[in-house]
Design a protein around this ligand. Structure first.
Ligand SMILES: NC(=O)N[C@@H](O)C(=O)O
Ligand code: NI
Length: 161
């Protein structure tokens, strides 16, 4: 089945997570007027028994059409991806439908956008499409596996919208 990409917007993504971007006017101007602070953009959640971790991911570049075989989720915490270069990446998410993913959606980020996935949100793994594949990742550090995978019976082909 073909899945068409759509542009990432905060409104469209709200039920899955947050869009991290410098959009519109900053919430606060700091540093003697030389810096805008876009404040507190993400609903971070590391649950009981966990703590926030900041890691760097170096992911292999993919290309469209992209073969989507699996989505995963982290039942114990949120996961944020902040690109370390201004290149687009693919963000695949799906609603939960009774413990399995519902119809997936494929978002294409604009340069400068990052994302924060809410706890237990079905998502595709990190999928850069260009650039150096480097991302800062803020997610839960804890003792639990914090990972559930779902392999589709038939893969999707993710194609440009
Ligand atoms: N497994 C892992 O650390 N990465 C995934 O969670 C991912 O979303 O890319
Ligand atoms: Ni993940």
């Amino acid at each position: 089945m073909i899945l068409r990409t759509e542009p990432l917007t905060a409104a469209a993504f709200a039920s899955f997570g947050d869009v991290l971007e410098a959009a519109g006017d900053p919430d606060k101007v700091i540093n003697q007027g030389l810096c805008g602070r876009f404040h507190d953009l993400a609903r971070l959640d590391f649950g009981p028994g966990g703590r926030a971790g900041l890691s760097v991911f170096r992911a292999e570049l993919r290309a469209l059409p992209y073969r989507l075989e699996m989505v995963e989720r982290h039942p114990d915490g949120s996961q944020a991806f902040v690109p370390m270069d201004p290149e687009p990446f693919l963000v695949i998410v799906a609603p939960d439908a009774g413990g399995v993913p519902g119809a997936p959606r494929a978002f294409l980020t604009a340069p400068g956008q990052g994302i924060n996935l809410l706890r237990n949100t079905w998502h595709g793994v990190l999928t850069p499409l260009a650039g150096n594949g480097l991302f800062a990742v803020i997610d839960r550090i804890g003792e639990t596996p914090n990972l559930e995978e779902y392999w589709f019976a038939a893969p999707y082909s993710v194609e440009a919208g």
